[in-house]
Design a protein around this ligand. Structure first.
Ligand code: KIV
Ligand code: ZN
Length: 568
């Protein structure tokens, strides 16, 4: 049960004292060194840890995406990890420009086992950690501060020695004061400096110090303050590559990574889509794409994001959320009518200025840049409006509804959406459109027509065969054009209609191209739309008029007395 007074159980985070902090006014202008910990931290958090096949597939994917540092496992803690690391090295699976990283606890026999796992690697980072925060020192390990430092120094000395025994490998050393963000800052500095001395870190042979937010416990500005404080106070900053390793317990792992980069970090450890212990490690895809939207190339390639997501889902056996930034199945989709309308206008503006800076409403990024298509951007349900419906008809069926018709037709679709309560696919929209306008052949249908004209006359004569409930009649008329002649012919047969508005365009291409005509007519004082399609534009317009008459008649009961109307 939630407490009335949570302060009785939880204490607020105590911020580091840094009144002259510089990071808030900085910008991230270049990508950090990216290190994937999918195969270690990510794997440790899975219900079913990856087998060799899944590990290899994920490793290959990480290489393809462009990671140059990949933590491949915790070989002293797991035989599967040990075997995997060995198989990467023995089967020469690591590209020359990729450095593998392995994690070990700060214990001699585990360090030795780790070195067995990476023997023969061309380039490797050995990453050792021990917990430095006061609660862990007291509750978990029962060690004093000097004892805690000694553990780290002994491990570093051992690693240094093992490295010198294998000069064929290009070594890098990494130390993590685990739980850095809940460690006293002066103690974090003290233990890191002791490790630096034990390793002999210099500007020429720097070591990586990884400052993890093992559990995210405060707003991300606090982590940034701690990183800036550390970078400004630690001895010999140039001998360090400062790395951050945010977890996401408060849901602000991405913000924390960004702010710590502003605060001076050089490197970020994280996972694809944020898999990892509890609420996850920081999500490198989001971080990278955030940079990209600021005009900074992240140096990782997510141009075909969907197959990457599917592969990671397979390897982790965990789904990526449909609303995951930049990636989820629904993130480039608008259901709301006002959003659809704005996106539609933005896309039209974009088509007119394809090389301009991206400025499309509601879309922070061009879906094409990550291999997604525009077709899926707009989807229709009961929350949608005419914008989305006409967009789908236009994009997927080549039907460009005039504005008033689009308003009218949206009510037809809304009725289907309200009735079903489900998403309306573009096929369903097309079917509703065809039933409502194109399928209107009762009681009247146009069977055929013939046009003729005298050489010097502007007039056109038309003879048409129409079917009325299966019975054929011939009607005749004359006018300034085929449609006017047809209207005259209909008037002669007692069907007086006035054309209010008319639009036409062709639909499809090549041999499959056809004309589509949208006709708005007034019958008996009432405005009605009709739509016709045909290979010939004249027939399409005549069918459009027939569709309007039939729709008018079916809306009347009893049958109407069609009155005279003026013809243009
Ligand atoms: O979250 C963490 O602190 C870790 C360390 C091992 C770096 O994963
Ligand atoms: Zn971690």
């Amino acid at each position: 049960m939630m407490l009335d007074n949570p302060a009785a159980k939880y204490r607020p985070f105590v911020a580091v004292d840094l009144p002259d902090r510089q990071w808030p006014s900085r910008r991230i202008e270049q990508p950090p060194i990216w290190t994937s910990v999918d195969l270690r931290d990510g794997n440790q958090s899975l219900i079913d840890p990856m087998d060799q096949e899944r590990k290899q597939r994920l490793f290959d994917l990480l290489v393809k995406v462009g990671f140059k540092e990949i933590e491949v496992g915790f070989p002293s803690a797991s035989q599967t990890d040990f075997d995997f690391v060995r198989s990467l090295i023995d089967n020469d699976k690591i590209p020359d420009d990729v450095t593998i990283q392995v994690l070990t606890q700060a214990r001699e026999h585990l360090i030795d086992r780790t070195f067995e796992a990476i023997k023969g690697a061309k380039s490797a980072i050995v990453h050792v950690y021990n917990a430095t925060d006061p609660m862990f020192r007291r509750v978990v390990f029962n060690v004093s501060k000097p004892e805690c430092i000694q553990i780290a120094v002994d491990a570093t000395t051992r690693i240094r020695q093992r490295m010198s025994e294998a000069p064929e490998t290009n070594w890098t050393f990494q130390y993590s004061p685990e739980l850095f963000t809940t460690t006293e800052m002066d103690f974090a500095k003290e233990i890191v400096e002791a490790v630096m001395v034990a390793y002999g870190a210099t500007a020429e042979t720097p070591m990586i110090v990884n400052l993890p937010a093992t559990v995210e416990v405060a707003t991300p500005n606090n982590y940034a303050d701690q990183v800036e404080w550390f970078c400004r106070h630690v001895n010999d900053r140039e001998a360090l590559i400062v790395s951050v390793h945010p977890h996401n317990d408060r849901g602000t792992g991405v913000a924390a990574a960004e702010m710590t980069l502003m605060a001076g970090a050089d490197r970020v450890e994280g996972t694809l889509f944020g898999n990892g212990e509890r609420t996850g490690n920081v999500d490198i895809v989001t971080l990278a794409m955030n940079l990209y939207t600021q005009g900074v190339h992240p140096g990782l390639d997510f141009s075909n994001i969907t197959p990457i997501m599917r592969e990671v889902e397979y390897c982790n056996q965990l789904p990526v959320h449909p609303r995951h930034p930049y990636v989820g199945d629904l993130v480039f989709t608008a259901f709301s009518g006002s959003h659809q309308d704005a996106i539609k206008k933005g896309m039209a503006d974009r088509r007119a200025n394809p090389d301009a800076i991206w400025d499309v409403p509601y879309l922070p990024i061009d879906p094409l840049d990550v291999g997604r298509s525009y077709e899926a951007v707009i989807r229709v349900n009961s929350q949608s409006g005419k914008g989305g419906i006409s967009y789908l008809l236009e994009q997927e069926h080549g039907i460009e509804l005039p504005r008033r018709l689009s308003i009218e037709f949206s009510q037809v679709v809304q009725e289907v959406a309200d009735r079903t309560g489900k998403e309306i696919t573009s096929q369903m929209i097309y079917q509703a459109f065809a039933d409502e306008y194109l399928g209107q052949t009762m009681p009247y249908a146009l069977v055929s027509h013939r046009l003729s004209s005298e050489p010097d006359s502007p007039k056109v004569s038309l003879e048409a065969t129409i079917e009325e409930r299966g019975e054929r009649h011939t009607i005749q008329g004359e006018g300034n054009g085929p449609l006017a002649a047809y209207i005259k012919a209909l008037a002669g047969a007692g069907h007086d209609v006035e054309i209010i508005d008319y639009h036409e365009h062709s639909r499809g291409q090549g041999a499959d191209a056809e004309a589509i005509a949208y006709v708005e007519v007034r019958i008996d004082g009432k405005a009605v739309f009709g739509v016709g399609t045909d290979e010939s534009i004249t027939s399409a317009s005549m069918k459009g008029v027939m569709s309007a008459i039939n729709r008018y008649l079916s809306s009347q009961a009893p049958a109407p007395n069609v009155t005279a109307a003026s013809l243009a």
